[in-house]
Structure formats: C-alpha cells, structure tokens
Design a binder for this molecule. Sequence first.
Ligand code: ATP
Ligand code: FE2
Length: 331
Amino acid sequence: MAVVLGIESTAHTASVGIVNEEARVLGMASDMYRPAAGGIHPREAANHHVELFPDLVARALAAAEVAPRDIAAVAFSQGPGLGPCLRAGATVARTLAQVWELPLVPVNHCVAHVEIARILSGLDDPVLLYASGGNTQVIVHGAGRYRVLGETLDIGIGNFLDKLWIALGGTFPGGPALEAEALRGTELLPLPYSVHGMDVAFSGMLTAALALHRQGSPLADVAYSVECTAYSMLVEITERALAHRSRKDVVLGGGVACNERLRGMVRAMVESRGGRVFAPPRSLCVDNGAMIGWTGLLALRAGGAVPIEASGILPRQRTDLVPTPWRADRP
Ligand code: ATP
Ligand code: FE2
C-alpha cells in the first residue's frame, strides 16, 4: 500500500505526517511556533521550522514504523502562506525527495484542509466551510476545481480572533483562549454583523469589540458576543450555499473548526435542513503534515509529481486556481 510523507510549513506550524491510501495517519510530528508577544514574525517562524524539521522527520518515521524505502512520494505545502516559512518546508521536501530518490508532489494548503476533512467525513459532495487563520471560505467542487462561493473580504476569521485576543492582552493563538472565555459570557452585546451576499468581513467587529471592552463590558461577554456574531455570519453564508447549490451536507475544516460553538451552530443549521455535518478531530483541523501527505497521495495518483525546477513556492496561490484531476465532478 502506497505511503506518502507530507510536509507542512505555511505559517506557525512545522509538521511531518505519514499517511496511507486509506487516509490513515501512520505517524505525525508537529511543533507550533509561539511568539512571546504579538503576531507571527515570518522569519522567526521560518527559523523555528528549519531547526525542528530534522527531528520532526525522524519522529514521524519512527511513529509510523516505516523506512524511507517504504515511502512512495514526498509532498509539501506549496502555498498559500508566508514566503520564508513555505521556503523552509519546500527545501526539506526537495532534499528528502532527492536523497531518497522519490517523486516530489506540491500541494495547495487550503485544498489539503478540505481533502482531509472530506475523506474522513465519508460524505461525497458536501459544501465545505474552511475557517482557519488566514482563510475563511465556503467551497463547492465543480468543473475540475474547488470553487469559492463566498469568503472573507478582509482578514481570515482565525487571524481576527488572534488579533482581538492579542489586543486584549493575550498571546497567540487567540481562538482557543477566546473560546474558553466565551463559555463564561452571558450577555449578547451588539456588534457589526457584516455579510455581503456570500462574503463576510471582520475588521469592523474587531474595532467594535475592542471599544466595548474599553468602555467596561466584561471580557467574557465580549468573547461570547464575538463568537456568536462571527459564527452566525459563517452559518448564514454556508446555508445560502446549501440552498443555491442543492446540497444537504457540510464538512468543516481549518483551525477554527476546532471551536465547539461553531461546530454546534453549523450542526443545528444543517440538521434542521435534513443534512449531515462533519468536522475532523482537532489534530487534523489545525495545520498538519498528514493532510499534505493525503492530498499529495491523491495528486500523485493523478500525475501530480513535478521536477525540482517546477517546485517553487506560491505564497498567494488561491484554492480555486488548483486543478483537482483526482476528483470526478458530480454528474
Ligand atoms: P490557513 O489555513 O488559512 O493558512 P493557518 O494555517 O494559520 O491558516 P490553521 O492552523 O488552520 O490556520 O488554524 C489556526 C487558527 O485556528 C488560529 O487562528 C487559531 O486561533 C484558530 N483556532 C484554533 N483552535 C480554535 C478554537 N478552539 N476556536 C477558535 N479558533 C481556533
Ligand atoms: Fe491552515
């Protein structure tokens, strides 16, 4: 059975995952760069990745109990992401592919979030809500690609939560901390609800939430209101995609899909329409090498290996620019 090693390094997380053809994670080793204060510094994050990758590769191989000769290909995140971080992972992937004499397979990071969630869900053709640090997209597959029906017009929802939490005096990542704080909130405070057709925006809510806190609203109520308002916006555009594309099922992906309130709100909407909903386990929602390995395996089968000269990073590569030759269209 073919086994692929995937390398993830688009932003804060360096990760190596080894998966087989059943999308089983045979071994994975990850480490997240956590800035002491403020947001991610790209070069510092890249240095973190460079330092850790040798150990992560060794640990993933040991956990998977496979030797390099058992591996069919090396896959890596080609984009989108922070240039220095992407370059660190791509360099490791090229080196391993050369030394082990294996095919090298570039993978789009967003498509990987979507593909790992889709295979684990067992749902064939769902609407995908991809909510992560840098991205917020409602996605449906069609005509050989993932099509973005709606997305954020400014910052990704995870970056919004992180920025808010850091401005309130916390540290990165903000999403999980804000979730814990929101559990203690009781009062729903008014915040800008910014849905434009199929798109959403968060920067107005960031300003308004900080103003509420400055004016004396309890932190727990601010956190609770931000979660309720922001996640309602995502539920609205996801429901509109279901209605207009005649779909019933929803799959969640990306780091913010770890959030229990978001999971619950999406579930309530989908089940009220008679559909099914799925979110991967947390370790496969956040950035991880296994999703890159799995998508690399799909791409490898469809002829997606490239020579080293064609393996340059693509920091701005969009989800809807990537052909998906491994996936048939719905008849
Ligand atoms: P992208 O996939 O767009 O490149 P990324 O790679 O930075 O973004 P992920 O690792 O997929 O993002 O997700 C990280 C984000 O998920 C962070 O912004 C973090 O705050 C958020 N996050 C993680 N857990 C939770 C949670 N329980 N609730 C809300 N947000 C969360
Ligand atoms: Fe991600």
